[in-house]
Each structure stands twice: as C-alpha cells, then as structure tokens.
Design a protein around this ligand. Sequence first.
Ligand code: 8IG
Length: 268
Amino acid sequence: MNANEQAAAAADHIRHAANIDSIDFALVLGSGWSGAAELIGEPVATLDAGEVPGFASSQVAGHSGSLTILKRPSGAHVLILGARTHLYEGRGVDSVAHGVRTAAALGARILILTNGCGSTVPEWRPGTAVLLRDHINLTATSPIVGANFVDLTDAYSPRLREAAHRVDAELPEGVYAQFPGPHYETPAEVKMARILGADLVGMSTTLETIAAREAGLEVLGMSLVTNPAAGFAPEALSHEEVLAAGREAGPRLARLLADIIDEVESSC
Ligand code: 8IG
C-alpha cells in the first residue's frame, strides 16, 4: 500500500468506528497542549492509535496515544491527533505524515499543528505561545516523493494567522526550525539555527506542514516555548522541565486554542 492508500484505510476505519462521514478540522496536540480538547467540543469517539491502520501507540511521556473525534456546537467535527509520530522514532517519514494524510482523507480543510519547543529569543520565556510564520526544515528529508513541486510560500496560512491575531493581537510570530532529534541541539547548533533565521527549535511540525500543503490543507502552527534553546540558559535541558512548563501553561493555552478555533470557524 502506498501512503495515500494507507491514509484512506485509516480514514475508513475512523469513519466506521466514530460513525461520521467527514471531519472539518484536524488538530495535532503537542507537548503542553493536550488540555485543549475538552474546550473544543464533545467527544464522539476515542480510538487507541494502535487500532487504527498506520498509527502506533506513542512511546513518549507527555504525548498521548489516542485519536479523538469531537463534535462542535456548530456540528463540525474535529479530529484530535494525540498520537504524533516523530521522525526520531525511526518509523520513516510516511509514518510522520500519516496523521495529516488521514485528516485530508477524512475531508479536513484546516489543520492546526501545535508543539513544544526551545526558544532562541530571550524575551520568549517558557510558557510563551508563538504563532508560526514560517519554518526551516533541517531534517534533510521530505514527506513528498516524486516530482511534485509543492509551493510553501504561505505554508502557514496568513488568513488563519489573522484569525489568531483577532483573538490575541499580541501573539508573537516566529520561524520554527525542525531538527531530527531525539537529542537536543548543541549550543553551536542553536547559534547556527538562530543565524539562519530560526526563533524556535523543535523536532516536529515542518514535515507535517509539508504533507498538509501537498494535500491542500490550510495550516495554522502554534508553538509553546517550554525551554530556552541550548546555550540560551545557564542550565542543561531536561524533559522534566519541558513537561513542567507544559503543565503550568496548559489551561491558558487550551483557552487560547479553543478561542482561535471559534474565530476560525466563524470566519470561514
Ligand atoms: I519541548 O530545545 C522541546 N523540544 N530540538 N530543541 C528541540 N526540540 C525541543 C526542544 C529544544 N524543546
């Protein structure tokens, strides 16, 4: 099976299991963002990732392993992808893009990608939410195979960023660089990323955005700064610090994300 056939099989499974025809939005909840689901809609179905074709249960603390379908007061359906596959899991780039392709196969038009990341902007302390304006893909790979020259000029939808700014005019915008991980960067690598134009460094999102643009989805990207990137703080980085920043910021981020989805829905 090729990647799109895999996604079609997953979409069929979800349609039957949740008894829905299609979805409107898809949402990937990264580190620190998991509390948002309950503010966005009523659960219609929760599926363990392991039971849906092409998905695997998550290995990472702080990342859930489930797919949830929510119904909004408007009647719109939202697919919450709690089971992101990272490139560093070694399951290949098609596994990384599978959730996005499944969302597209289910009819989603809008994809919201969230993540936790390190910051190279000293004013953006842990707990700061940042809207993605653009990205730098430092993974040296692409989810696209073949001569499909997908345009990424406005990969992060200006229209959706405007909607987010109507909710919070102060929301900063930044450029996110994806490293392959799973190790954090050296201070020299962070300095390089900064010189190249990155404000944020992480291990997800850019490959998903590329797959989403190939599939014709509009993308909104949001990062939670959980730590100063390596070399931007005196202490070493720890996954515990990342989880703690997420816990602390969780309720505020959840509200922000739910309000942005309300705004996006009412403007489209
Ligand atoms: I959360 O500082 C989180 N994820 N690459 N660097 C990279 N990924 C991250 C970081 C970080 N913090």
